[in-house]
Design a binder for this molecule. Sequence first.
Ligand code: ASP
Length: 327
Amino acid sequence: MGVALFTLGGTISMAGRTHGGESVRRLNGADLTAAVPDLARLGMTLDIHDIDAVPSANLTFTHVLDLVDCASHAVKAGARGVVVTQGTDTLEETAFLADLVWPHTEPFVLTGAMRNPTLAGPDGPANLLAATRTAASPASHGLGALVVFNDEIHAARWVRKTHSTSTAAFASPNTGPIGHVIEGHARVLTTPARHRTSYPRPEALDTTRVGLHTVTLDDDADIVAAVAEKSHGLVIAGFGVGHVPSELADLLGTLAERMPVVLTSRTGSGSVLRHTYGSVGSEADLQRRGLINGGLLDPYKARILLRLMLAGGADREAVIAAFADHG
Ligand code: ASP
């Protein structure tokens, strides 16, 4: 059996032009695959499903969960792996969400492009080929959701979009890529720790709000309170190892009494600490006030996990346990 390809739009498909000359989507899955003759030489079928052609900024949890359901059907029908093409802007988040809910050993591989097909040296065709090779490879089994870009294989759990335009935009700052596509073969060099269980589709997505506030110099508690007001959970992207201005500490402690508040770092890599600094607003102080340590999870992934859990009815203990596991 072959690989199932799902297309969701994004730069990889943007060969069209508006009257003003800006790029818009034009290519569907058949066009994308026709541009990569080597796909036909892989000697397997590529079962194409064109889903929504949207800029990835418009994707929602529901889009991703629906896609995972469709991909699940494809795997149950015999596909040896799944490839998803989408816009790169939210790909680190969609990949992590898919990773949390993907129940199969067959790989779920996401890719896209940084240069659209009308530019010199578009990276979409090479990324699509590398992603398909990775999805078809037994080496990828049991690794959950993977992101393949620039001939690198990244675990969804650690990958970040780290550049706005570079074809090397995807990186895993804490771990590096887990593998490479070398002379057409997926070589997995290290195996990421997998989540203990895959999460079921949550009941209450539409009514579950999780806010994210990035702490900044001379921050304003009223802004944090406004973000929290309608939220059922909150992620704080703190300074460095998980610090906030001392003026915010009381408010965050009060909020943590009424909802899970997860502490992460705004730095882009590394972990928040647990017991190194003790001043008001430090990581140890905030944990004493009830904030949950997000560990190595970046703020965006922490928000995905927290919303998925709260929408599924998880209580505070379950949220703490999940962050201990994932972070
Ligand atoms: N803005 C585009 C998107 O995320 C960028 C891309 O595809 O790379 O849909």
